[in-house]
Design a protein around this ligand. Structure first.
Ligand code: ACO
Ligand code: HSE
Length: 410
């Protein structure tokens, strides 16, 4: 979809089938033939699997665009015990390709915040009841593009635009289903941080007490730069001949090449230039010779991450969730970002990774400047870039432990 077509459809419009057809006619990834197929390692691609935890029916969700998504379910996992007065709940929100596996009991497959959430850890499950839902539009058990529509067929291309506010609306309905009307802490990084920030406004509007939020490596409004980086990612998926306009669930092959290229673009933005250069520099991959069609090590590294994601994630979910991040704007219909931030009553913990080139620390500083009950930005010292919110768990542990200890109920 070109930017002109975006304008024609409005910021919240789904691509029309004609737009997708144009992408399907686009040439294949130019590097593929010369250096060997980058798609092979991904196999046929993602297939639905059983969610790791329970699934709650949260009912119909009214979307920002005015349409209604019926019979929504959200998969989730919990740790700890809800106190009799229901006062110890913590909501942990995953990033773009994450899921409910905040922690696991399988040492060979640790969760994405394994060392942050658990007994005796900063988000102490001996004390807190922790809930981690899979986001609306995702592919780990919650309603998403692969879910059956009312006619029994997968939504595919018919899955509607969902915004970050819609995702939070569904999570608010999950709160009601779980009987939780107060959250001590709603926390997430990246897309999880976008939702945590929306929770600070939508939660109280829905009558839910949000005592505090943790917004890590996130922003109040997606930037032109973020939209620009996402644009070729969306196009890569839509241009994959296996995409079939989004209706590929009955096909033997999912659009793994397009999703893999999207991941390669994204993954580069998740790391810093300094780290990629220090770690890989111009080193060839093993015995491969870049002068003879071989790869540099950093190319092999990106291929690896492309294959891994294409095996474990649905391309349609990647599109839907990426679009939700692009339309994220805390200030929409609220008098602008700064006014919206100024209306937040919850205590706000903000953390930024100093080398994050996608979610810039200056955007975190904006949140801290305008949210009335935010003491300032915690800077995570790291060379890893945006992924620092997953890697620098030691620093994040100190930040979160200190913040939770400062809450009045502590
Ligand atoms: C809440 C959420 O966000 S959940 C989603 C989080 N998980 C993901 O995003 C999964 C993708 N993984 C990542 O993005 C990262 O691995 C992180 C952020 C989780 C961790 O970062 P790091 O520990 O620095 O891992 P790194 O980016 O170096 O990747 C390591 C992998 O690259 C592979 N690798 C390293 N160099 C090369 C190379 N030259 N060629 C091929 N593969 C390579 C390693 O073998 C390793 O593979 P494995 O993950 O299959 O074991
Ligand atoms: N590695 C993270 C980065 C996005 O924040 C993910 O895939 O969700």
């Amino acid at each position: 979809m070109t930017s002109l077509e975006h304008e024609a459809g409005g910021a919240l419009a789904r691509p029309r089938s004609g737009d997708v057809a144009a992408h399907r006619a686009a040439p294949a990834y130019a590097g593929t033939a010369r250096r060997g197929s980058r798609a092979e390692g991904a196999g046929p691609g993602w297939r639905p699997s059983a969610p790791a935890g329970p699934v709650a029916a949260v009912g119909a969700v009214e979307l920002e665009t005015g349409s209604v998504l019926p019979d929504v379910v959200l998969a989730y996992q919990t740790w700890g015990t809800l106190a009799p007065d229901r006062s110890n709940a913590v909501l942990v929100l995953h990033a773009l390709t994450g899921g409910t596996d905040v922690r696991t009991e399988d040492p060979t497959r640790p969760g994405w915040w394994q060392d942050l959430v658990g007994p005796g850890l900063p988000i102490d499950t001996d004390r807190y009841f922790v809930v981690a839902p899979n986001v609306l539009g995702g592919c780990h058990g919650s309603t998403g593009p692969a879910s059956p529509a009312p006619d029994g067929r997968p939504y595919g291309s018919r899955f509607p635009v969902v915004t970050v506010r819609d995702q939070v609306a569904a999570e608010i309905q999950l709160s009601a289903a779980l009987g939780i009307d107060a959250w001590q802490f709603v926390v997430g990084g990246s897309m999880g941080g976008l939702r945590a920030l929306e929770w600070a406004i939508l939660g109280p509007e829905a009558g839910i007490d949000v005592v505090s939020v943790g917004v890590i490596a996130a922003t109040a409004q997606s930037s032109g730069d973020q939209i620009a980086w996402a644009h070729p990612q969306l196009a890569a998926i839509q241009a994959d001949p296996h995409f079939h306009g989004g209706d590929y669930y009955d096909q033997a092959q999912a659009p793994t090449t397009g999703l893999g290229i999207a991941r390669q673009i994204a993954h580069t933005t998740y790391r810093s230039a300094a780290e990629l250069d220090r770690r890989f520099g111009r080193i060839p991959q093993g015995a491969e010779d870049p002068l003879r069609g071989g790869r540099f090590a950093v190319q092999s590294y990106l291929d690896h991450h492309a294959h891994k994601l294409a095996r474990r994630f649905d391309a349609n979910s990647y599109l839907v969730l990426t679009e939700s991040m692009l339309t994220h704007d805390l200030g929409r219909d609220r008098g602008g970002v700064d006014t919206a931030l100024a209306s937040i009553q919850a205590r706000v913990m903000v953390a930024a990774v100093e080398s994050d080139r996608l979610f810039l620390p200056v955007e975190s500083a904006r949140i801290a400047r305008h949210a009335p009950r935010c003491p300032g930005v915690h800077t995570i010292r790291s060379e890893y870039g945006h992924d620092g919110f997953l890697i620098e768990v030691g620093q994040l542990s100190s930040i979160i432990a200190g913040f939770l200890a400062s809450l009045p109920s502590s």
